[in-house]
Each structure stands twice: as structure tokens, then as C-alpha cells.
Design a binder for this molecule. Structure first.
Ligand code: PMP
Length: 290
């Protein structure tokens, strides 16, 4: 699914066959989750393939590495160029792109001995599908921002996301909704949350969430559309009085939420602010320029 005999990866400045690529079983990233990654999408536009917000994603990768003290020996520009070359070599247009900064052999909890960057790309449909989601509030909360750098996209943080997703699916839901360690609404395992009440949008403030690039894009689009948005600390009770809600993220794009546990959002998705933003997002990502 992710690669075939022809697929090429970018690895430390070179393009290599995915089939012949291996990883080190003594890698600090494999054992301890000590690595950082990104999730990016490219879109076919009237003027060729565009990697949406490529610079922003590689800036976040750099920041993630800096926050957890993994040396980042690349420029944003060289990784952006490598990404375009990778798409071309794999003949991909509408693709999902996965850069990963990972560490070499080191079984101790000390500084990495060596660091590599690899970039893979493949065709991937909307991560959470197209239909409205049924969520459940997770029994897992997001990691406490004093125990990790919550704003960094670090490999090991995703054990929390995997636990929450699997718990939700085992209970028969499509996806989880996680609260922060103080019980306020936080985000999904791989997406940010917005909800609508009386014509206004609300979204959890930064501090206990990953600062999503799609979230910032939605905030920009909301401003352009003249929509009011409040960022703050909200509770489940606020959500259970909302008219509509949606998740947003690079992989999921903008996806409507039908219900959270027993609460069904009363507004028809097609009449919601989320739907307006979903349309605006879909147009924006396919515009020839960012
Ligand atoms: N929250 C989490 C925990 C995520 O993993 C993601 C996906 N990167 C998001 C939010 C959305 O971020 P973005 O819009 O930058 O993809």
C-alpha cells in the first residue's frame, strides 16, 4: 500500500529504492520514540503539483527537533526541494508526504549519536473518510505539557493517539476526542477541534494541543469569510450545547462531526460554518499558489 518495487524514498540527501531500504534495530527512535515527523499533503493544481504549506511543515519539523534536542542539519528550503523532486520521481500529484527525522544506534537515554531524515510519499485518501464522524470522549487525556513538549510532533507522543483511537474503534466509534489533563476539550488523536454555537466558532486555545497547520489555515479562512472565532478553554458541556462541530488536520482535511457519545449535533452539516470552511479549504489547497 505504501510502496511498490518502483517507489523511491529520500534519505539523507539521496534518492533510494524503498524496497532496498532498511532501518537500524538499535535506533533510539525505534526503542524510545525519540524522533520527529510531519504529515504534509500535495495537490494537483492547474499549474502543476503544489505541496500545501510546505515551508510551514518543515519549519514545524525543525522546531519539533529543536524542542527535543535532536540536531536538525537541514535547511527548510532543501527539504521542500527534495519533496518536490520525490513527488516527481514517484509520479505522484495528490499525495501524502511523511518526513521523519530519526536517530541512529544508541541504547542509552543520552544525546543521539547520528541523525537521519527520510521522506516518503504515497497516495492516501481523506484519513478519516468523507462521512460525518461519530466520536467518543476518550478515557485517555492528552499528555501533560509539563511532561513533554506538546507543540512538537514527536514520534513517541503518538502512543497516546494510538491508544485513544483504538479505544474509540473498539467501542464502535469512528474516532476519539481527547480532553487535556485539566478536563478541558483538547483535540483528536490526529486533528484539531472546532465547534459552532449561535453563528460563532470556538476552538481550544494553544497550550495543550498540537498547533495544527490546518487549524491556522481554518482560522485564516474564517477571518476572510468574516466569521467570528473564539480560542479558549472549553468543556464537554460547551460541546454538548453546540450546533455543529468539525475536525481538521492535514490528513483528515476538514471533516464534519455527527455526534459525540450520545450528543447529536442538531445543525445539518450542509448548513454549518464547518461546511463553508470545508469548501473554502478544498479550494485553497488546490489553488496554484499557497
Ligand atoms: N493534532 C494532532 C495530535 C495531530 O497529530 C495533527 C496532525 N499533524 C493535528 C492536530 C493537525 O495538525 P496539522 O493540521 O498540522 O496536520
Amino acid at each position: 500500500m505504501y510502496f511498490n518495487n518502483e517507489t523511491v524514498l529520500y534519505l539523507d540527501g539521496k534518492f533510494v529504492k524503498a524496497n532496498n531500504s532498511t532501518t537500524d534495530l538499535y535506533s533510539q527512535t525505534l526503542h524510545y520514540g525519540y524522533g520527529a515527523f510531519e504529515g504534509i499533503r500535495s495537490y494537483e493544481t492547474e499549474q502543476g503539483t503544489k505541496v500545501f504549506k510546505a515551508e510551514e511543515h518543515y519549519e514545524r519539523l525543525k522546531k519539533s527537533c529543536e524542542l527535543v534536542k535532536i540536531p536538525f542539519n537541514y535547511t527548510v528550503q532543501e527539504l521542500v526541494e527534495a519533496t518536490y523532486a520525490l513527488l516527481e520521481k514517484n509520479n505522484l500529484k495528490n499525495a501524502y508526504i511523511r518526513p521523519l527525522v530519526y536517530c541512529g544506534q544508541n541504547m542509552s537515554l543520552s544525546k543521539p549519536t547520528s541523525v537521519s531524515v527520510m521522506i516518503a510519499a504515497w497516495d492516501w485518501g481523506a484519513y478519516l473518510g468523507e462521512k460525518l464522524l461519530r466520536l467518543t470522549v476518550s478515557s485517555y487525556c492528552r499528555p501533560h505539557p509539563k511532561s513533554i513538549h506538546i507543540e512538537a510532533k514527536v514520534c513517541g507522543h503518538y502512543v497516546n493517539s494510538i491508544l485513544a483511537t483504538n479505544e474509540a474503534k473498539e467501542k464502535g466509534f469512528d474516532e476519539a476526542l481527547l480532553l487535556d489533563s485539566d478536563g478541558f476539550l483538547a483535540e483528536g488523536p490526529g486533528a484539531n477541534l472546532f465547534f459552532e454555537k449561535d453563528g460563532k466558532l470556538f476552538t481550544p486555545q494553544l497550550g495543550n494541543i498540537l498547533p495544527g497547520i490546518t487549524r491556522s489555515t481554518v482560522l485564516e479562512l474564517a477571518e476572510e469569510l468574516g466569521l467570528e472565532v473564539e480560542q479558549g478553554k472549553f468543556t464537554k458541556e460547551d460541546l454538548f450545547q453546540a450546533d455543529s462541530a468539525f475536525y481538521c488536520g492535514t490528513a483528515a482535511e476538514v471533516v464534519g462531526i455527527a455526534a459525540v457519545d450520545d450528543y447529536q449535533f442538531p445543525k445539518n452539516w450542509n448548513d454549518s460554518l464547518g461546511k463553508k470552511l470545508q469548501n473554502a479549504y478544498s479550494l485553497l489547497v488546490r489553488k496554484p499558489t499557497n
